[in-house]
Ligand binder design. Structure first.
Ligand SMILES: *Cc1c(COP(=O)(O)O)cnc(C)c1O
Length: 389
C-alpha cells in the first residue's frame, strides 16, 4: 500500500478480508483465538508462528487500525492503546528506567504534565520542562541520562508552535528520542516523523475518532521503539478495545476532509475574532499575527482547528461569552465535529496556582474554542452575543 496517496491509505490501508469477503472492515469482538491443535498453540505462544493468541496481544480489528495509522503517519510501526494517556505512559515505560530524564515542552496537556511530574517521578524518572519555543532551553536542559524529548505542537491552549526539526536535532545530539504528541494536527496536517521525530503519540479520542464517541490512543514511529512499546503493552495491558479500534478506524476515512473543513472554519473564525471589539488577542497559527506563523506554514498544512482568544474584562466577560452560547458546547473536550468552548483558567488549568497560570500565559480572559463542522456564521453569532455590550 506504501505507493498510494494519503487519501487512499486513509480509506483502504490495513484491510484484510475474512472468508466472508465483507466490504466494510470487520469488527472482531473476541478476547481469544482458537488453535488447530496443541502444537500450533505452542508455536503461537512461543512466537515461532505468527498469529493471534489473545486480545491483550493482538486482535485483527486493532491490527487494521495500527496498520492504517502507521501508513498515514509514514511510520514503520504502530501500537494502539486504551487512551492517549496510556499511549504516553506506555512509551515512557518502554523506553526509560529509573534514573533516566525527560526534556518536555511547557504547556503540555494537563494529564501529561501530571504523569511526568507526579507519577514518573515516583519511579525515579525526572522531567525538565522548558519554554516550548526556546531552543537554547532544550539544549541547556540535557543531562547525561536524558533519554526522551517530548513536545506537543501546537500547544494547548496558546497554540505555540514548536520547531520539530530543530528539537529533533538537539534530541539526537543528546542521544535521546524525540516524541511528538500529534493530537492537534493529526497526520492530515502534520507528519512529525518526516520532520525528524522518532515517534508520534496520539489521543485518538480527539480528531482520529473525530465524533466524540470513544477513547483510544496510539504510538507510531520507529520499528524498534514500537516493538518495545508492544512488549510493555502485552504484559501490562493498557490495550484498546476492538470496538473502539473499529470506530477510530472508520473515523480515519474522513480525517483529512474533517481537518481541512474544521481548519478553514477556524481560520475564518480567528480572522473575525481579531476584528471584534472586546477581543484583546487571538491565538491561532494560521494568522499572520501569530509569533510562529512562518514556522507553522512550513511545518503544518494549515493552522488547525483550535482557536484561543483573550477578552477584555477578565473572568466575568469570559464567563459571559461562555454562558451566552446556544450552539457551542461548554465542555473541555476537543476534536469533535461539534464545536466546544472552555475557560482554561477555571477548568483545565484551574488546579495550578495563579502565579503558575500567569507564567504560562493563561489569563482570566482567555477562552479556547475547538471548531467543529457547524456553519461558521452560526458560530460567530453564538460568540457575538456574549462579546456584545
Ligand atoms: C486529550 C489529550 C491527551 C490524552 O488523551 P486521552 O485519550 O484523553 O487519554 C493527550 N494529549 C493531548 C494533546 C490531548 O489533547
Amino acid at each position: 500500500m506504501d505507493a498510494f496517496d494519503f487519501d487512499t491509505l486513509a480509506v483502504r490501508a490495513g484491510i484484510e478480508r475474512s472468508q466472508f469477503n465483507e466490504h466494510s472492515e470487520a469488527l472482531y469482538l473476541t478476547s481469544s483465538f482458537v488453535f488447530e491443535n496443541a502444537a500450533q498453540a505452542a508455536a503461537r505462544f512461543s512466537g515461532e508462528e505468527e498469529g493471534n493468541v489473545y486480545a491483550r496481544f493482538s486482535n485483527p480489528t486493532v491490527t487494521a487500525l495500527q496498520r492504517r495509522l502507521a501508513a498515514l503517519e509514514g511510520a514503520q510501526g504502530c501500537i494502539a492503546t486504551a487512551s492517549g494517556m496510556s499511549a504516553i505512559l506506555s512509551l515512557a515505560m518502554a523506553t526509560m528506567q529509573s534514573g533516566d530524564h525527560i526534556v518536555a515542552s511547557r504547556g503540555l496537556f494537563g494529564a501529561t504534565q501530571q504523569l511526568f511530574s507526579n507519577i514518573l517521578s515516583k519511579f525515579g524518572i525526572e522531567t525538565t520542562f522548558v519554554p516550548a519555543t526556546d531552543l537554547a532551553a532544550y539544549r541547556a536542559a540535557v543531562r547525561p541520562r536524558t533519554r526522551l524529548f517530548f513536545i506537543e505542537t501546537p500547544s494547548n491552549p496558546l497554540t505555540e508552535v514548536v520547531d520539530i526539526t530543530a528539537v529533533a536535532e538537539i534530541a539526537h545530539g543528546a542521544g535521546a528520542l524525540l516524541a511528538v504528541d500529534n493530537c492537534f494536527c493529526t497526520p492530515a496536517l502534520q507528519r512529525p516523523l518526516e520532520l525528524g521525530a522518532d515517534v508520534v503519540v496520539h489521543s485518538a479520542t480527539k480528531y482520529l475518532d473525530g465524533q466524540g464517541r470513544v477513547l483510544g490512543g496510539a504510538v507510531a514511529g520507529r520499528a524498534d521503539v514500537v516493538e518495545e512499546v508492544f512488549k510493555f503493552l502485552r504484559t501490562a495491558g493498557p490495550c484498546i478495545s476492538p470496538f473502539n479500534a473499529w470506530v477510530i478506524l472508520k473515523g480515519l476515512e474522513t480525517l483529512r476532509i474533517r481537518m481541512e473543513a474544521q481548519s478553514a472554519a477556524a481560520l475564518e473564525l480567528a480572522r473575525w475574532l481579531e476584528a471584534q471589539p472586546g477581543v484583546r488577542r487571538v491565538f491561532y497559527p494560521g494568522l499572520p499575527s501569530h509569533p510562529q506563523h512562518e514556522l507553522a506554514l512550513r511545518q503544518q498544512k494549515s493552522g488547525g482547528a483550535i482557536v484561543s482568544f483573550e477578552v477584555d474584562g477578565g473572568r466575568e466577560r469570559a464567563w459571559r461569552v461562555v454562558d451566552s452560547t446556544r450552539v457551542i458546547s461548554i465542555t473541555a473536550n476537543l476534536g469533535d465535529t461539534k464545536t466546544t468552548i472552555t475557560h482554561p483558567a477555571s477548568t483545565t488549568h484551574g488546579r495550578i496556582s495563579a502565579e503558575a497560570r500567569a507564567a504560562a500565559g493563561i489569563s482570566e480572559g482567555l477562552l479556547r474554542v475547538a471548531v467543529g463542522l457547524e456553519s461558521v456564521e452560526d458560530l460567530k453569532a453564538d460568540l457575538a452575543r456574549g462579546l456584545a455590550g
